[in-house]
Design a protein around this ligand. Structure first.
Ligand SMILES: Cc1ncc(COP(=O)(O)O)c(C=O)c1O
Length: 439
């Protein structure tokens, strides 16, 4: 197989829907989809309209199961534990709202850098039903051992029924020692809910069938080239009977969705093997068009890109050059967010600090501690960054300003020079405005 060179030429050939004037260095937020996959999605939209009764009653169920199996084979994991849902937020909600909590005593643990929507799901359960929760504070750059020790200090109290943690966080865009976190949860008999929103397409998932966490969700639309909205939900077999879809639907009482206790015959075993799919293929009328592109997305990654290894190899390569270019633009003192063992970065995500002059120190202090002030400041910067077509999320962490960048097969180092210059200029302009207001 001849693998085409990645970079801008690759982009103009395979990502023709992207505005050529956009410098796309924020793949991490929503993903980008190759044109051939979007064409497949359009085909599916049309197929659904051809004869809706047949499509929704026959084709949808059959194709849903087919796509899950194709995906499982590609990721080398057991298809019986997998379902497709629309996004990672739904995956997390599905799990948290399916557990038979004892609201008089159950407690959930998550971390200060958890994704807001997922943390909010726990907070909702706390406010409406009195589920208790606790938070592990994390400040980056952190060593894996320190992070694990912080979790263990809490988990070892034996107080927690479930622990929710990221595989790869959003902001900062960093990897957590997820395999060891799963083992820690198991050591202290705590259920693990892994938020792997950024995982598929960046990290191998075979550990699922080796470590058997309780639950994991990962978007397929972020890094696996599947159109929005599509995510994977992994559920440990011991929870197949209790997991229910979001929203709860016909499947709650449907015969094919009830687990058979102690299955003995081949037929009974087969019934339980299909439980996840029978539950999840229908939970109300939706478009299946994104789900039914999983096979096409995998074909793109296998046949056109040359497979996951080739993709990651390029991402690491472009990331290395990008870090040098960005720190050059951001100026002296700018650094990559990294720990001593180099485990924080992922092929597609890395964070670079933007050093700020001492004259901004009081504003910097306020931006790091007053979230509403930061939100307003960021919103003003983001509007300009988007209008200049070079957006990347920036945030304050540990008192410093950081920008999260993404590396994708269509990027070249020049993208980061352009974006870093634009982002730096915008932030500096807003800081100067604040300085003037203070006078
Ligand atoms: C760590 C993490 N979890 C969950 C999500 C939610 O993903 P979605 O909006 O696709 O549900 C994101 C999105 O960026 C994320 O970064």
């Amino acid at each position: 197989m001849v693998v085409p060179a990645f970079g801008h030429e690759f982009k103009s050939k395979y990502f023709t829907l992207l505005d050529p004037n956009v410098t796309l260095i924020n793949h991490g937020s929503y993903g980008t989809t190759p044109t051939c996959v979007i064409e497949k999605q359009m085909e599916q939209c049309k197929a659904a309209e051809l004869y809706p009764d047949e499509y929704l009653n026959e084709t949808a169920e059959e194709n849903y199961k087919h796509q899950v199996k194709v995906l499982a084979e590609y990721l080398k994991i057991d298809w019986r534990n997998l379902a497709l849902v629309v996004n990672a937020t739904v995956g997390i909600n599905t799990v948290l709202r399916s557990i038979k909590w004892d609201f008089s005593k159950d407690k959930v643990l998550f971390h200060s850098t958890s994704y807001g929507a997922c943390g909010n799901t726990v907070k909702f359960l706390a406010e409406y039903y009195h589920l208790q929760y606790d938070v592990v504070e994390i400040e980056y750059p952190v060593e894996d051992d320190q992070l694990l020790a912080a979790f263990e200090e809490k988990l070892s109290t034996g107080e927690y029924r479930l622990c929710m943690f990221d595989m790869i966080s959003s902001q900062p865009g960093v990897m957590l020692p997820h395999e060891n976190l799963i083992k820690l949860c198991q050591k202290y008999s705590t259920m693990s809910l892994v938020d792997g929103a950024h995982a598929a397409g960046q990290v191998d998932l075979q550990f699922l069938d080796e470590l058997h966490p309780d639950f994991l969700t990962t978007n397929l639309h972020k890094w696996l080239s599947v159109p929005k909205s599509c995510a994977l939900l992994y559920v440990n077999p011991k929870h197949h009977a209790t997991i229910q879809t979001t929203p709860v639907s016909w499947n709650y009482t449907a015969e094919g969705c009830q687990a058979i206790k102690d299955p003995k015959t081949a037929e009974e075993i087969e019934h339980n093997d299909h439980l996840m799919h029978n539950k999840f293929w229908f939970s109300g009328t939706v478009s299946y068009a994104a789900y039914f592109c999983v096979e096409e997305a995998i074909a793109f990654r296998k046949n056109i890109c040359g497979g996951e290894e080739k993709i990651r190899e390029y991402q690491w390569q472009v990331q290395k050059a990008a870090i040098e270019a960005i720190t050059g633009v951001f100026g002296p003192g700018s650094k990559l967010m990294q720990n001593s063992t180099g485990t924080l970065t992922t092929p597609g995500l890395f964070n670079v600090s933007l050093p700020l002059d001492a004259k901004y120190s009081s504003i910097q202090q306020k931006l790091s501690t007053d979230f509403n002030f930061f939100r307003r400041f960021k919103a003003q910067c983001d509007v300009v960054a988007r209008s200049k077509k070079a957006y990347a999320p920036f945030y304050f962490h540990g008192g410093d300003a950081w920008v999260r960048f993404s590396a994708q097969i269509f990027n070249e180092v020049q993208d980061y020079v352009v974006a870093a210059e634009i982002i730096k200029a915008i932030i500096m302009e807003r800081l100067d405005e604040q300085l003037q207001l203070q006078k």
